[in-house]
Design a protein around this ligand. Structure first.
Ligand code: ATP
Ligand code: MG
Length: 566
């Protein structure tokens, strides 16, 4: 039986069997076996940059799981490294997560609020003989650590007494030592095949001002020590992170075990989301921002969440995208076209389709009465009658796209050329009679006559026209700037140059200063989006647009050869 017959034969669609991703399977099992009786997740960004599309995946995954299982979702800033962290980033991250719709309710936390607990935890380890103060320099520690093929060597300080370790650690806290002079190491196993377990550093001296705790501390916990403690304190059940932490899991488990937390959290790793030929790494985006190559972290060519929002993406489109990507255990890269597909699908029926001429040339309808304007009623979205209709003015002079006219047309060109009749969308049939050119031969004006019997763009006598073009009445047009974007990376050449720098596309931004829009666009506000007939989806720029000088970003064009992967 063919697929189609099967569908036709089933009267009632069988309930779709949704397969559970591997994280859901782990959670199901944990709940069934009573390992946990609830689900509590968190999103733990380091406030050292803006969030990007990859983080959106992590946020929506963590928040989604909490919702799905009737559990809780925490927002926690992992701010244990004061060098790169800034309040600006804290604020942007909060705004981005709220915009995505992940609700942490009253559970907004900072790892730095647990510095006291972490200090106590370190003391506990020392007392158990599971941590010691080391005098080795960072470089020596690296040397002693060994390699994948060689075991590490014991630290000369490994046999310090508990008393001495406690005293030295307290002195570290009290500022007696310079940065790097002493560290606290966990006592695990210098011969472990997992290098992360070879007596990892868990506390270091760093005389730095912290964005949250100021100068209160001059010692800071290392990530691998701090993270499990943060999770345990908050009662996190499933601590979901990305694959690069897989090798750190034994250390995560060691920390929660040695500190004897009653409900140890469980770390689960999944693959990061990568977009083919798109830069997501904070490090690279930061560089583009700092070098002024882009207009800030929210430049619409970037895939930071702030940039996607400014460009006109919606939370729904990003959710859909993340769902389509799925959750996996192996790294792979997704095509940007899939993200474009998601925003097109989202906006297609939600937004009005209106006319905008991006590269204008004037069209004069010679037999239309001078000074006359008529209003045409035009539906806002043919696929969604709920969006209603609007009045669009029509007059003797309109703007059309330059590319919709050719004096000498090639074969299969059905738009305007002398002698050809086309439809002005929703208005009239017009027949081109010629054009006016300047001294250099550029077309400055096109002329035509119209057929008054074709009002609404309907054929009066069954005669057909092959081309339909959009237009905007010249005397009532709203002038606007429109920005078109391409990938900031030169895809032909690949993302990186040999020296590790980015291969930039010099044509990633095109600014069209003189576009004409129908008057219904007047009053458009930041983040409002529209379909520009035949052109794509566009969004009012939140940074540069003003009521009397509108600026639009092209979110995505209409056409795509993209098909969804099966
Ligand atoms: P980047 O280096 O790309 O900026 P990061 O891992 O340094 O990312 P963090 O602030 O440490 O950024 O990440 C917060 C959370 O987001 C972590 O749990 C991390 O695993 C997750 N995350 C980061 N990048 C991605 C990605 N591309 N896909 C899915 N999750 C990600
Ligand atoms: Mg990081």
């Amino acid at each position: 039986m063919s697929e189609m017959e099967k569908n036709n034969n089933t009267e009632v669609e069988p309930e779709e069997k949704v397969s559970r991703n591997f994280i859901e399977q782990i959670i199901d099992k944990d709940l069934a076996e009573g390992v946990y009786d609830t689900v509590h997740t968190r999103f733990p960004p380091e406030p050292n940059g803006y969030l990007h599309i990859g983080h959106a995946k992590s946020i929506l995954l963590n928040y989604g799981l909490a919702q799905q299982y009737g559990g809780k979702f925490n927002m926690r800033f992992d701010d244990t490294n004061p060098t790169k962290e800034k309040v600006e980033f804290v604020e942007s991250i909060k705004a981005d997560i709220q915009w995505l719709g992940a609700d942490w309710e009253d559970r907004l936390f900072f790892a730095s609020n647990y510095f006291g607990d972490m200090y106590e935890a370190a003391v506990k380890l020392i007392k158990k003989g599971k941590a010691y103060v080391s005098d080795l320099s960072a470089e020596e520690i690296r040397e002693y650590r060994g390699s994948l093929t060689e075991p590490g060597k014991e630290d000369p300080s490994v046999n310090r007494s508990v008393e001495e370790n406690l005293k030295l650690f307290e002195e570290m806290k009290d500022g007696k030592y310079a940065d790097g002079e002493k560290v606290l190491r966990a006592r695990i196993d210098m011969t472990s095949p997992n290098i992360n377990m070879r007596d990892p550093v868990i506390y270091r001296v760093a005389h730095m001002t912290h964005h949250n705790t100021g100068d209160k501390w001059c010692i800071y916990p290392m990530y691998d020590f701090a993270h499990p403690i943060e999770d345990a304190i908050e009662g996190i059940t499933h601590s979901i992170c990305t694959l690069e932490f897989e090798d750190h899991r034994p250390l995560y488990d060691w920390v929660v075990r040695e500190l004897e937390y009653p409900h140890p959290p469980k770390q689960i790793e999944f693959a990061k989301l990568y977009l083919t030929n798109v830069v997501t790494g904070k490090r690279y985006i930061k560089k583009l921002v700092e070098e002024g190559i882009v207009d800030g972290w929210d430049d619409p060519r970037l895939v930071s969440i702030a940039a996607l929002r400014r460009r006109g993406f919606t939370p729904e489109s990003i959710k859909k995208f993340v769902e389509l990507c799925g959750i996996s255990k192996s790294n792979s890269s997704v095509d940007y076209a899939m993200l474009e597909y998601c925003i097109r699908e989202d906006l297609k029926v939600k937004k009005p389709r209106m006319m905008a001429v991006l590269n204008p040339v004037k069209l004069v309808i010679d037999n239309y009465p001078e000074g006359q304007t008529e209003m045409l009623e035009v539906p806002n979205n043919l696929e969604n009658p709920e969006l209603g209709s609007r009045q669009v003015p029509f007059g003797r002079e309109v703007y059309i796209e330059r590319e919709d006219f050719m004096e000498v047309p090639p074969k299969k060109y059905f738009r305007m050329f002398p002698g050809n009749e086309v439809r002005l969308m929703n208005a009239y049939f017009v027949k081109c009679t010629g054009c006016v050119k300047d001294e250099e031969g550029n077309v400055t004006e096109i002329h035509c006559t119209y057929d008054p019997a074709s009002k609404g763009g309907n054929s009066p006598d069954g005669r057909k026209v092959k081309g339909t073009i959009h237009w905007v009445a010249a005397d009532q047009a709203v002038k606007a700037e429109v920005r078109l974007y391409e990938n900031i990376i030169d895809e032909e050449k690949g993302v990186y140059n040999e020296d590790g720098s980015l291969n930039l596309n010099p044509n990633s931004l095109t600014v069209l200063k003189e576009c004409y829009l129908e008057p219904a666009f007047a009053g458009a506000k930041a983040y409002d989006s529209f379909q520009f007939v035949r052109q794509g989806f566009f969004c009012v720029d939140a940074k540069d647009s003003a009521p009397d000088a509108l600026v639009f970003n092209r979110i995505v064009s209409l056409k795509s050869s993209y098909t969804l992967p099966k």
